[in-house]
Design a protein around this ligand. Structure first.
Ligand SMILES: Nc1nc2c(c(=O)[nH]1)N=C([C@H](O)[C@@H](O)CO)CN2
Length: 118
């Protein structure tokens, strides 16, 4: 299985369980790996046969920027659904984190895996 990935995508959004977090925008970081047939795209050298990371990245930026979830878990699940349903991705591994949210830690968040690897 091949993968197409997006690493370190940063988007500002409303997220968090505390009252003060509902009044500000915070930066979340998204790391995404998606199964893809890279050999086919390489053979034709056509974006039509590729999983377009730019199109997916723009869709995620738009969705996350407009969202107002409490938990990073919910944000991760909803982004995973969009990527799978709208871009036909069979398997993905997705991390959503809030850099600096926990004093003393570089980053905190969740990683989910959805679908079957082909
Ligand atoms: N598993 C989770 N734990 C916590 C979350 C979360 O989204 N998932 N969120 C918070 C707070 O919003 C925190 O990020 C504020 O600094 C705490 N724990």
């Amino acid at each position: 299985m091949d993968t197409v990935f997006i690493r370190g995508l940063q988007v500002e959004t409303v997220i968090g369980i505390f009252e003060w977090e509902r009044r500000i925008r915070q930066r979340v970081r998204i790391d995404l790996e998606m199964s893809a047939d890279v050999a086919r795209a390489a053979a034709t050298d056509s974006i039509d046969d590729a999983l377009d990371y730019k199109a997916i990245g723009k869709r995620i930026i738009g969705f996350v920027g407009e969202s107002e979830f409490l938990l990073v878990e919910t944000l991760a699940e909803e982004v995973a659904k969009i990527v799978r349903d709208e871009f036909g991705v069979a398997w993905l591994r997705l991390s959503v984190s809030k850099p600096g949210a926990l004093r003393g830690a570089d980053d905190v968040g969740v990683t989910i895996e959805r679908g079957e690897r082909r």
